[in-house]
Design a protein around this ligand. Structure first.
Ligand code: AMP
Length: 221
């Protein structure tokens, strides 16, 4: 495929960005760049950066812009992103969005779309509180809506499922507040740049994927 797809998935925690990003990367063979995954990896590695990020993430607050911007810039310049990428969880602040605009300008590789996945707040709490993730392959399950065949075990790879520390109700509420205050302004930012497409984030994984494909189809046509 000659077309390198560069997308940002914007939306509150629990909107399904990670799930949709994984589907898109598999389908279009582009890189999945998840800020949260990169930070969780740094925490697991115990790097200096990970130690800074750990308690901030556990509280559901945002890691400082300069830290996250550095990680993402480095990631976007790696060779696997040359064929396109799906950004998931970045940018989350205006400063991060401006840094991304600068990177895409320097690389002469503009974004195709910023897709805002919209879901009501009560649904988000329910989705996040029931979420379970595979330690090995990152697949996501949900106690009510997408239970694994065997409790605690990943259907795809047999890995063990876990609940993220920040998927507890108090922390979820805080993350949603942070989203409203710091990230939601990006909807207006990208709308002004004519990059924003909004989609309804309710319904099944397949229904949401179909809405994203419609947006992408518009661009390819
Ligand atoms: P996520 O996996 O996207 O829900 O991110 C988990 C946590 O990582 C967030 O609650 C933040 O603490 C941190 N994080 C992820 N992405 C960013 C970002 N772009 N800027 C600052 N902190 C972030």
């Amino acid at each position: 495929m000659g077309w390198a797809m560069r997308l940002v998935l914007l939306g509150p925690p629990g909107a399904g960005k990670g799930t949709q990003a994984r589907l898109l990367t598999a389908k279009f063979d582009v890189a999945h760049v998840s800020a949260g995954d990169l930070l969780r990896q740094a925490v697991a590695d115990g790097s200096e950066l990970g130690q800074t990020a750990k308690s901030i993430m556990a509280q559901g607050a945002l890691v400082p812009d300069e830290v996250v911007i550095g990680i993402i810039e480095e990631r976007l310049c790696r060779s696997d992103c040359a064929g396109g990428y799906i950004l998931d969880g970045f940018p989350r602040t205006l400063r991060q969005a401006e840094a991304l605009s600068e990177v895409t300008r320097l690389l002469h590789a503009p974004l195709d779309w910023v897709i805002s996945v919209e879901v009501a707040e009560d649904d988000l709490v329910q989705r996040l509180a029931g979420r379970r993730i595979c330690r090995t392959c990152g697949s996501m399950f949900h106690g009510d809506t997408k239970p694994p065949m065997r409790i605690g075990v990943c259907d795809n790879c047999g890995g063990l499922l876990f609940q993220r520390d920040d998927d507890k109700e108090d922390t979820i509420r805080h993350r949603l507040r942070v989203y409203r205050e710091q990230t939601e302004p990006l909807v207006a930012y990208y709308s002004k740049m004519d990059l924003l497409r909004r989609i309804d984030g309710r319904g099944t994984i397949e229904e949401i994927a179909e809405r994203i494909h419609q947006v992408l189809g518009d661009k390819q046509a």
